[in-house]
Design a protein around this ligand. Structure first.
Ligand code: HEM
Ligand SMILES: *[C@@H]1O[C@H](CO)[C@@H](O)[C@H](O)[C@H]1NC(C)=O
Ligand SMILES: *[C@@H]1O[C@H](CO)[C@@H](O)[C@H](O)[C@H]1NC(C)=O
Length: 317
């Protein structure tokens, strides 16, 4: 009782970490949709050949899905009537490539109608995004169900790029994820793009005594200032998350060690000895990063909580 009360006080979130009824398995669709993995891989591969931004988009989409209300494809639902969905909430910048999931779902439905959840398709697509960008592969446990709720107001559950290590740790631990998971999964920022608004506060008027965040390398700050105009007029301005932003590698961790992390949340991984050790370990060994990333991705993507297998990923049945 006291435990429940403490939980409710410290957070409005209670997540179900996969167990019992919703347990996932590697062979979940063995009898009902044996080719689901390769169907999704083909759809992701096809889209990626035309658009190099697709892998980053899919990886981030899966992260948002899992962090807002379990990995239940709530991120894929469209707004309806007066309900504004997650994808139309404020921190949705650079969420895109929803059509890739639609195409994969269409192909999957053609082979095995009504069987495979959109949440599983998104989890598979995120894995494929990593593999097709040169990262490690893994078998994705399946059996997620799709949720029936998506609210723009709940995107505040996502961690903010301005978070410090204590805030990040709390956000992750609320979902059963450890500091090890935080460091490994932050490595997802080896892919993709960020708008200036996500790091603007670090490069100008940081605080009363520092114009620039002192945890950022001055020359990195100078280059970001030249990319990001003072006024927020150029809304599309921004930069890649790391210098090799279409290749899944450990450059992200090397950048952090050089004080070239883009967000406060990235750079703050150096602010405790434990997380700093992990950053150093992953910067010096791609193999160690890959191994940790795979195990943390499986953990993150096993937060379940849906109810149905949606027919159309954008609308509830
Ligand atoms: C640790 C807490 C995290 C914070 C605070 C955070 C925050 C952000 C922000 C602010 C952006 C840029 C949005 C924009 O300006 O367009 C971004 C992009 C991205 N994030 Fe994260 N993120 C976090 C964790 C993760 C995780 C766990 C993953 C996946 C494993 C991930 C994958 C990505 C990817 C791939 C992009 C680039 C998206 C694109 O180019 O389309 N992030 N993140
Ligand atoms: C993001 O949200 C805004 C409204 O807050 C909406 O106009 C826009 O279409 C959304 N972007 C995506 C990619 O859904
Ligand atoms: C500004 O930030 C730096 C680094 O975080 C800190 O050392 C300094 O005390 C801050 N100044 C004020 C006035 O808060």
């Amino acid at each position: 009782m006291a435990f429940v009360a403490a939980l409710c006080l410290s957070s409005v979130l209670v997540f179900s970490i996969s167990s019992g009824a919703d347990a996932l398995s590697l062979n979940y669709y063995e009898k009902t949709c044996p080719d689901v993995d390769s169907i999704v891989t083909n759809a992701v591969n096809h889209a990626m050949m035309k658009d190099k931004t697709v892998p980053a988009a899919l990886l981030r989409m899966h992260f948002h899905d899992c962090f807002i209300r379990a990995c239940d494809a709530s991120v894929l639902l469209n707004s309806k009537g007066n309900n504004k969905a997650e994808k139309d909430g404020p921190p949705n910048m650079s969420l895109h490539a929803f059509y890739v999931i639609d195409n994969a779902k269409k192909e999957v439905e053609a082979s095995c109608p009504g069987v495979v959840s959109c949440a599983d398709i998104l989890a598979l697509a995120a894995r494929d995004a990593v593999v097709l960008s040169g990262g490690p592969t893994w078998d994705v446990p399946k059996g997620r169900k799709d949720g029936r709720t998506s609210r723009a107001s709940e995107t505040t559950r996502l961690p903010s790029p301005s978070f410090n290590i204590a805030q990040l740790q709390q956000s992750f631990s609320q979902r059963g994820l450890s500091l090890d998971d935080l460091v490994a999964l932050s490595g997802g920022h080896t892919l993709g793009f960020s708008h200036c608004s996500s790091f603007q506060s670090r490069i100008r008027n940081f605080n009363a005594t520092h114009d620039i965040d002192p945890s950022m390398h001055p020359s990195f700050a100078a280059s970001l200032r030249s990319i990001c105009p003072k006024s927020n007029r150029a809304k599309n301005a921004g930069t890649t998350m790391d210098p090799s932003s279409t290749t899944f590698d450990n450059t992200y961790f090397k950048s952090i060690l050089q004080k070239r992390g883009l967000f406060s949340s990235d750079q703050s991984l150096l602010s405790t000895p434990k997380t700093k050790d992990l950053v150093t370990k992953f910067a010096s060994s791609k193999a160690n990063f890959n191994k940790a990333f795979v195990s943390s991705m499986i953990k993150m993507s096993s937060i379940t909580g849906g109810q149905e297998v949606r027919k159309d990923c954008r609308v509830v049945n």
